[in-house]
Write a new protein. Structure first.
Length: 277
């Protein structure tokens, strides 16, 4: 496993794979999987299995509380560019697994369905027998995987998701295989699951979403540089329910993307996005 990244890079540089690798079958499977991803993106299934899934069990309490009450608290509609980002994220992750196979590593249990405490999910795979979740991410997010900071900064609940798969499978070790989709860098992050009590988390969430009292805010707002303004942190910026938490927030069109300001003491020198939906 320690040679995984090196082997993938060697494959890319030499355009040569181990003789034992069934390349033609990998190509066929890759094409079929890419077709499936495109079809499921264009013709999504109506999922009626409830609010909770293994993929979101680690998300903040307030966000899950809102999700459970979608009829009362409508979330933002996903914009076209976001939907396309989700699509190529899935395509990239499928490409990564094809490279893993072509580089001579074993990939098993792809999209195996698992269940824990009534919560269902589909694990990505096992690589050389180790439970693995594949992620394509921004350069900012990639640094958290590479530097081992995900344990302390995990707004999307990736670790609880992976821990849920691990507990359902009865394994104590797992890893992330992450790619910086902006420059092609790869890294692995090993996760020790022994102390991860996902069952406790699941039971807490099941109770919490049924209580009428709204949970505390997920995060504190943060300073926007030295401007004196206060902005929403990343975990809130990507949340479809942020307008319920910050009904008076203002949105400005910076070159890096929209910036959500909860407090404006100094008017930004960029265009404001009115009627943000």
């Amino acid at each position: 496993m320690d040679n995984l990244i090196r082997d993938i890079y060697n494959l890319a540089e030499t355009k040569s794979h181990p003789a034992r690798v069934p390349a033609e079958q990998i190509f066929k499977d890759f094409g079929s999987n890419m077709e499936t991803i495109m079809r499921e993106w264009l013709y999504p299934k109506d999922y009626s299995g409830g609010t909770l899934r293994m993929s979101n069990i680690g998300q903040p309490d307030r966000k899950l509380w809102y999700k459970h009450r979608r009829k009362e608290f409508k979330g933002e509609s996903l914009k076209a560019n976001t939907l396309i980002k989700f699509l190529y994220g899935h395509l990239i992750e499928e490409m990564i697994l094809a490279l893993v196979k072509l580089s001579g590593h074993d990939v098993t249990d792809e999209q195996k369905r698992v269940e824990l405490e009534g919560i269902k999910g589909s694990m990505d795979c096992k690589i050389d027998g180790i439970l693995c979740d594949v992620k394509s991410t921004s350069t900012y997010g990639f640094k958290k995987f590479k530097e081992g900071r995900l344990e302390y900064d995990d707004p999307f609940g990736y670790i609880d998701q992976l821990s849920g798969y691990g507990q359902a499978e009865g394994v104590d070790e797992a890893m992330f295989l992450a790619m910086d989709k902006q420059n092609g860098h790869l890294t692995t992050t090993k996760i020790d699951l022994i102390d991860k009590d996902v069952v406790k988390r699941i039971r807490h969430v099941k109770e919490m979403i049924e209580i009428d009292t709204i949970p505390e805010p997920c995060y504190d707002i943060v300073a926007d540089g030295k401007s004196g303004n206060m902005k929403l942190p990343i975990g809130c910026s990507y949340c479809e329910f942020k307008k319920h938490c910050y009904p008076n927030m203002r949105v400005f069109a910076y070159s890096t993307g929209p910036r959500f300001l909860a407090v404006v003491n100094k008017e930004p020198n960029v265009m404001e996005i009115k009627n943000y939906e």
